[in-house]
Design a binder for this molecule. Structure first.
Ligand code: TYM
Length: 329
């Protein structure tokens, strides 16, 4: 069976963007692939963070993934720092990637902009992400559009390593959803919906109440064209396009087709809000139930850790041997 692997940072509140870009794919892919999902706490400390919030956020993210329908028996859900090989392989990746390659990463440019104290790890982050993926001989990496550049780099680095030292790694491919691979901010539809953004009105959080969801969608920015049409690549129509994509993705349909069923923006917004509420309500309920049983969550994470460790240690020793480390006796 092919292997699927992906990851999410346990900081901030997960958004509808995370759900449509990533989590939804994960849920279906676990049926067909050998699936590993990482809660990447090591990535979360590349920007200023609170230790207390990180620890809580990690457990909350686990509860959320299980609430969404990731099955702890079928899939391996792991906290990144529980498997030491991630950091160990990351060093080899830093010794394979180049400064120039890392300098071209858009996410680094965005996240470092205007900050006086940029952590060194924010720069080397894609090397750790490459390690996350390569450690498990991953075939497919289901992500939102914003992660494609990192996966391209992973492919480059893995290929270079294999050529230089011998075939150690499977070369992974990114998989993005056909609709809603980049969910936009509702109030600023030119920017992506992001759990780290400060405008809470433009973000739908997976744990928002029905009321909050309805209010935010009702206020979503549209345009003055006054027609419900799906037009790609027109920045002026980004708001309506975003609503159409959200609605289409939730109903497994095409945005163009969905557009033909509406005349008024108000009706489109109402239908979108209905669909979001219908999807997120049950998730929210399961989340609160799961979070109340901390012992169960920790037990599932312990199982994930054990399974992950078995695979990761095999790849790491092969990579160590290939690169020329002397094995300890
Ligand atoms: P993170 O935590 O920022 O996001 C988790 C997943 O959600 C997707 N996503 C979106 N998709 C569509 N529209 C949006 N507005 C939106 N916002 C977020 C992201 O593309 C991602 O798939 N570096 C990664 C985590 C990571 C990882 C990995 C992923 C670490 N190691 C190995 C895959 C494989 C990140 O910060 O995701």
């Amino acid at each position: 069976r092919e292997r699927v692997l992906s990851g999410v940072q346990p900081t901030g509140q997960a958004t509808l963007g995370n759900y449509l870009g990533a989590f939804r794919q994960w849920r279906t892919q676990q049926e067909h692939y050998d699936a590993i999902f990482l809660i990447v706490d090591q990535h979360a400390i590349t920007v200023e963070h609170s230790p207390v919030a990180l620890r809580e956020g990690t457990l909350q993210m686990a509860a959320l993934l299980f609430a969404i329908g990731i099955d702890p028996q079928r899939s391996t859900v792991v906290v990144q720092s529980h498997v030491a090989q991630h950091a160990q392989l990351a060093w080899l990746m830093e010794c394979t990637a180049t400064y120039g390659e890392l300098s071209r990463m858009i996410q680094f440019k965005e996240k470092s902009k205007g900050s006086a104290m940029v952590r060194a790890s924010l720069f080397t982050y894609p090397a750790l992400m490459a390690a996350d993926i390569l450690l498990y001989q991953t075939d497919l990496v289901p992500v939102g559009e914003d992660q494609i550049q990192h996966i391209e780099l992973t492919r480059t680095v893995a290929t270079r390593f294999n050529h230089a030292y011998g075939e150690v790694f499977v070369i992974p491919r990114a998989v993005i959803p056909s609709v809603a691979a980049r969910v936009m901010d509702l109030s600023h539809p030119e920017a992506k919906m992001s759990k780290s953004s400060s405008d809470r009105q433009g973000n739908i959080y997976l744990l928002d109440s029905d009321d909050q969801i309805r209010r935010k969608i009702a206020k979503a920015k549209t345009d003055l064209f006054n027609e419900v049409r799906y037009v790609e690549d027109d920045p002026e129509r980004a708001g309506v396009r975003n609503l159409l994509e959200i609605l289409a993705a939730l109903n497994d349909r095409e945005p163009k087709e969905v557009a033909s069923e509406f005349q008024r923006y108000g009706d489109l917004k109402e239908a979108t809000a209905d669909a979001v509420v219908a999807h997120l309500g049950p998730i929210r309920e399961r989340y609160h139930t799961l979070l109340a049983d901390r012992t169960q969550l920790e037990a599932w994470l312990a199982i994930g850790r054990e399974r992950a460790n078995a695979t990761a240690s095999v790849t790491l020793s092969r990579a160590y041997d290939a690169i020329g480390y002397l094995a300890p006796k």
